[in-house]
Design a protein around this ligand. Structure first.
Ligand SMILES: Nc1ncnc2c1ncn2[C@@H]1O[C@H](COP(=O)(O)OP(=O)(O)O)[C@@H](O)[C@H]1O
Ligand SMILES: [Mg+2]
Length: 499
């Protein structure tokens, strides 16, 4: 039987993160009446997403033991762990642990149940720093977790880390902790609407989309990095870019370089930046990327995999051509860096922000804001798709439609597919085109209709296929008139942000 306390209240200073907080609260307070036993949770997510912020808030609410590891030698880490644990236990002197085996055994010893006590929340933050020096740690934790399945324990252990390549491996394959965790939480960037609320710009979608194209949904970039320097309005955006991300005096300026360097698996920084620059320049296939940087496709398999494991690159399947996929940079700031900052680095370091920004307007629109706007429109369709399509949104992505009669290709920015099963055919639920800087007209709609015909001729079910035009620059009257007749959605900036 599971006893649940009422949900743990979220402190006011923690913005958003409702689902994450609920999951953590459940994990930390859940007790089973019959047998109290140790539970393990794993919290991961890229740096700056607010993992530490959440876990510290949890320990502040419930009490418990928080330990934040740093890059240090084995001896130094053991010493600071011993000191912190002794302080938590109220011991007069620091514990002098010889080995991690001693340390973890003592830690679990403190959580032995006496039948009445509440669970003990223990957070080991930046766990990969410890395993780097002490690779035996996961096995030791496993042994103690297993032992305290038989013996009663109050332990609620949360292992947390930012090195995604390490954290991902913790529970994978034959890893010792596989199958042991009751909670696996990945803390991700705020979705675009939540990010707009976090930055207090949700009333101004034109500003919110631009801001999101630069700083994305990373909470640290507002508070920790920019001291709450928020653009005052659309008119302040250019100045804001110059005084923040393009200014060598802000931490945001070097952030993209650090983000990559901090992923422990990444050694050859130059190669990784070249791969990212290739993607930022619009090369989205493996062959295209390899060609752009002058390497063979096999030479870039490893960097692509590491970047993907680190959640910096996403590999998304073409919705119309199974087996084909496109790479996309997931972190807007990195895309911004590769497209706007890296080519002009020396001038930026010399304080030439205004000059660089003035001549980057086109590149910003074409390589940053435009592609980013497509991502926002797909995200909108995935979340609001239920309303647009009157049901489950199916699979949302982009893809190419090839027309054999004209031997031409049409790029579809937003495609929604309902995979067929058994008797039913694969169905296209929506075809959409996205424009950042162009007022959309009836011609855009014609292209979508043609693509729909081509897909129907190919044997896909298109009877229920809606068409959608997404534009940040508006729609012509002709298109508005057309849209009344067919099942056509016109989605502008205000629709994307409307609650
Ligand atoms: N939910 C949140 N609400 C408000 N501020 C947040 C939130 N999450 C993160 N922050 C801000 O971002 C900063 C960095 O978060 P942090 O927890 O250190 O990230 P991580 O541990 O994932 O690297 C915090 O110090 C805080 O200023
Ligand atoms: Mg942290």
């Amino acid at each position: 039987m599971v006893r649940r306390r009422s949900p743990l209240a979220k402190p006011a200073h923690v913005f958003g993160r409702e689902a994450e907080w609920r999951a953590l609260g459940d994990f930390a307070t859940r007790t089973t009446a019959s047998a109290e036993h140790a539970m393990l949770g794993v919290v991961s997510g890229r740096r700056r997403m607010g993992k530490t912020y959440l876990l510290r808030a949890l320990v502040a609410e419930l009490g418990g033991f928080y330990f934040g590891a740093t890059a240090a030698t084995r001896g130094e880490s053991l010493r600071s762990f011993g000191a912190a644990l002794a302080a938590h236990a109220g011991a007069a002197a620091p514990y002098a642990f010889e080995t991690w085996d001693d340390a973890i055994t003592t830690l679990f010893g403190l959580a032995r149940a006496d039948g009445r006590d509440r669970p003990l929340v223990v957070v080991i933050d930046e766990f990969p720093y410890l395993t780097k020096m002490a690779p035996e740690l996961p096995s030791i934790v496993q042994r103690e977790i297993d032992r305290y399945q038989q013996e009663p324990s109050r332990m609620r252990l949360l292992l947390c880390g930012s090195a995604m390549s390490v954290m991902g491996g913790l529970l994978a394959g034959h890893a010792p902790l596989r199958g042991r965790a009751q909670l696996e939480l990945i803390v991700r960037p705020f979705p675009y609407r939540e990010a707009a609320r976090f930055w207090n710009v949700d009333g101004d979608p034109a500003l919110a989309t631009r801001l999101h194209a630069v700083v994305g949904g990373t909470p640290a970039y507002r508070r920790q990095f920019l001291n709450d320097d928020v653009p005052e309005g659309l008119g302040d955006f250019d100045d804001w870019v110059c005084r923040t991300v393009l200014s060598p005096f802000t931490p945001l300026f070097r952030e993209s370089r650090y983000l990559l360097a901090e992923e422990m698996e990444i050694r050859d920084n130059a190669l990784y930046h070249s791969v990212l620059a290739a993607v930022a320049a619009g090369n989205t296939t493996r062959g295209g990327i390899a060609n752009y940087i002058g390497r063979k496709a096999v030479d870039i398999s490893h960097p692509l995999q590491v970047l993907e494991d680190s959640h910096l690159l996403a590999h998304e399947a073409d919705v119309f051509r199974p087996g084909r996929a496109h790479y996309r940079i997931t972190e807007p700031l990195i895309n911004f860096y590769e497209a706007v900052m890296r080519p002009e680095w020396p001038l930026l370091e010399a304080g030439g922000a205004e000059e660089v920004w003035a001549r980057s307007k086109e590149r910003f629109a074409a390589q940053v804001a435009g592609p980013h706007f497509e991502v926002i429109c797909r995200d909108y369709t995935l979340r609001e798709g239920r309303r647009l399509l009157g049901g489950s949104p199916g699979r949302v992505g982009c893809g190419l439609v090839y027309d054999p009669s004209t031997r031409s290709q049409t790029e579809i920015d937003v495609g929604v597919i309902e995979p067929g099963d058994g008797g039913s055919r694969q169905a296209v639920r929506l075809l959409g085109e996205v424009k950042w800087g162009t007022v959309m007209g009836a011609g855009h709609l014609d292209r979508l209709r043609r693509a729909r015909d081509v897909l129907a001729a190919r044997g896909l079910e298109t009877g229920d296929c809606a068409l959608a035009c997404y534009s940040a620059a508006g729609f012509t009257d002709a298109l508005r008139a057309e849209s009344e007749k067919d099942d056509v959605h016109l989605i502008g900036l205000s629709e994307l942000y409307e609650e």
